[in-house]
Design a protein around this ligand. Structure first.
Ligand code: KET
Length: 398
């Protein structure tokens, strides 16, 4: 008896499959600008010294490895709240935030999605057009309808804020609005502080629930600066979700270090929410990863490690900015008739290049330069050894 023959073959994930294809490409000069991973100027994925030191401390302690509580490590949860909201924020001191350590921010996004399906069953999710592909997959996988709101304006390489606001203003009450807190993936186009200030009253008026994704904290303008929208939202008193990741900011992708926070009306509500989030985790993966908690709580909590981390994040952000400027310079010199200013204004790891699928295919096939087919470039894959070649290849296919 065959029971699985009817299965549809998995087409693979567009980002992860491309990264696999890159690894298999035998060409020595190949350039990986596909997956959202930070590489240093030598093209290596860094292991930050603060992370090494935290791990050395853990090894020296040689502590047992019990199951963590369902909600994760207490020191990590406290450190996450202070990092996102600021330790003195009224929402933190008032105890109205339910925070869990999760299996990466992906784990947090999915736990939040399952919670919404169970406790806000009529709510649909609205994501930006475009967004990280997995957002749709995760919410649909939780059984929640997913729709889009306008976001990227291809004619300017910027934000279609007017159209975005118009659509958000028309959503049914209790709709979930997924928002990138900084460093939008895939476009690199963010709302500025004034635009968040315009959006928040609309969320309030329409009784909408924000769901923030903060996967690139520190890669935009700074660690605290990139949490500005989170803090504006918390100060507004509105309820919202936020999934945050340490994968990129601490370069610990495979450790699966992330968290989910739900900002509530008061402490009693936060306790109820935390309880049901724990129920969701227990029936999914039971409890999160102890090694990830050890790294994050030490790096955020130990003043010396914290200072090292902040310096590392600054260096990573500034290196990306330098690559943006160099790419912009070479492309502008080669193709003076075109405006590449978007490389300078877009923030974070990604830029939306405006290259078509066919042009991306040519880049990969003829030049060994890998971008996601939407035209998304991971600028953090550029370095002083490949930026010139990348710009020349782009100029050739444009
Ligand atoms: N949110 C966003 C916006 C995001 O880009 C990623 C990963 C995640 C969440 C997941 O992060 P984690 O905390 O590690 O679960 N994005 C990159 C990798 C991937 O697709 O998985 C990417 O877009 O290339």
């Amino acid at each position: 008896m065959t029971v699985f023959a009817h299965l549809e073959p998995y087409a693979g994930d567009p980002i992860l499959s491309l990264n696999d294809a890159f690894q298999k490409d035998p060409r020595p000069g190949k350039i990986n600008l596909s997956i959202g991973i930070y590489f240093d100027d030598a093209g290596r994925m860094p292991v930050l010294q603060c992370v090494r030191d935290a791990e050395a401390q853990m090894l020296a302690e040689s502590a047992a490895k019990p199951y963590l509580p369902i909600a994760g490590s207490e020191p990590m949860r406290r450190a996450v709240q202070a990092l996102l909201f600021g330790a003195g924020h009224e929402a933190v001191t008032g105890g109205r935030i339910a925070t869990l350590q999760t299996i990466g921010s992906s784990g947090g996004l999915k736990v939040g999605a399952d919670f919404i399906k169970r406790w806000l069953p009529g709510s649909a999710v609205w994501v930006s057009d475009p967004t990280w592909d997995n957002h749709r997959a995760m919410f649909e996988g939780a059984g929640i309808p997913v729709h889009t709101y306008p976001y990227y304006d291809a004619s300017t390489g910027g934000l279609a804020f007017g159209r975005m606001l118009e659509v958000v203003s028309s959503l049914p009450p209790r709709s979930i609005v997924l928002l990138h807190a900084c460093c939008h993936n895939p476009t690199g186009v963010d709302l500025d502080a004034g635009q968040w200030q315009q959006l928040i009253p609309v969320l309030r008026q329409r009784e909408l629930i924000g769901y923030l994704d903060l996967a690139y904290q520190g890669y935009g303008d700074g660690i605290a600066e990139d949490a500005a929208a989170v803090r504006q939202m918390a100060s507004s008193g509105l309820p919202f979700f936020i999934a945050n990741s340490f994968s990129k900011s601490m370069s610990v992708y495979g450790e699966r270090a992330g968290a989910l926070s739900v900002v509530c009306a008061d402490r009693a509500e936060a306790e109820l929410v935390l309880g049901q989030l724990q129920a969701t985790v227990r029936r999914n993966y039971s409890s999160p990863a102890i090694h990830a908690a050890g790294i994050v709580s030490r790096v955020l909590g130990d003043p010396a490690l914290r200072a090292m981390w902040e310096a590392d994040v600054t260096a990573m952000r500034e290196r990306i900015l330098a690559m943006r400027r160099q790419l912009h310079g070479v492309l502008s010199a080669r193709r003076p008739e075109r405006d590449f200013g978007y490389f300078l204004t877009q923030r974070g790891m990604f830029s939306y290049t405006g290259l078509s699928g066919a042009q991306v295919d040519r880049l990969r096939e003829e030049f060994g330069v890998y971008l996601v087919r939407s035209g998304r470039m991971c600028v953090a894959g550029l370095n002083s050894g490949n930026v010139e070649r990348t710009a020349q290849a782009m100029a050739a296919v444009l």
